[in-house]
Design a binder for this molecule. Structure first.
Ligand SMILES: Cc1cc2nc3c(=O)[nH]c(=O)nc-3n(C[C@H](O)[C@H](O)[C@H](O)COP(=O)(O)O)c2cc1C
Length: 200
């Protein structure tokens, strides 16, 4: 049987698989805000995530306030700059010096402790991926951002929690930056098929 070309294979993928395969981390955004209708669908996709014992230990906070995102960015960079190990700071500096890459919108996922302790982080990660995939499927770029914990870890942490409306007992989990790529040509990473094995 003739081997299918990669293009032929990709054309056969359904839309869900295409969104999974096309998602990539965007690290330069334009100022354009995604439409509210799209953000509402993305928020619903987030809520549709599975969670251990269906505890749903999360909140989904869609931050559209660009100056608040900039404040959190500045605070996070200040914290990074003050660390004795400067490698992360230098890395972000080399990528443009913005923790949140100029994204106009940021979905923040605070989490509350689940059982067993730590399980909430698995749940939170699945929510983040649901957000990124839903966004990709609608032509919106994204970046899952673990370093978004930084502004919540410093002296302005309580202030940011309050301004975002974290409920009592919730801590910062992950954020997903949303918007539109400032540069074309962003690509998904190479698939390392060596990491797959089948046991029959
Ligand atoms: C849990 C998690 C946290 C991440 N945190 C950051 C981050 O803080 N800053 C960043 O630039 N990228 C972050 N990334 C993006 C990864 O660097 C990226 O997924 C990886 O390099 C693979 O590239 P791809 O997403 O384009 O496939 C994070 C990804 C994950 C899954």
């Amino acid at each position: 049987m003739l081997q299918k070309t990669e293009n032929e294979q990709n054309n056969m993928l359904n839309e869900t698989i295409q969104a999974i395969m096309n998602r990539y981390s965007c690290r330069a955004f334009t100022e354009k805000m995604p439409p509210d209708e799209d953000l509402q669908i993305i928020a619903k996709a987030a809520l549709a995530a599975p969670s251990g014992v269906n505890r749903q230990p999360w909140r989904i906070i869609v931050v559209k306030n660009k100056s608040l995102i900039k404040e959190m960015d500045d605070e996070g960079m200040k914290i990074l700059a003050a660390m004795s190990d400067k490698s992360l700071y230098e890395r972000i500096k080399a990528r443009g010096g913005r923790l949140f890459y100029g994204a106009p919108c940021m979905t923040v996922i605070p989490i509350t402790q689940s059982v067993p302790a730590g399980a909430e982080m698995f749940d939170c990660s699945i929510v983040a991926e649901n957000i990124a995939l839903a966004a990709t499927s609608m032509g919106i770029n994204s970046l899952i951002c673990g370093l978004a914990v930084l502004p919540f870890a410093g002296e302005k942490g309580v202030e940011f929690r309050n301004r975002l409306g974290f409920p009592e007992g919730y801590e910062m989990g992950l954020a997903v930056l949303l918007g539109y790529a400032a540069e074309q040509g962003g690509k998904p990473h190479e698939l390392d098929l060596c990491k797959v094995s089948f046991v029959e």
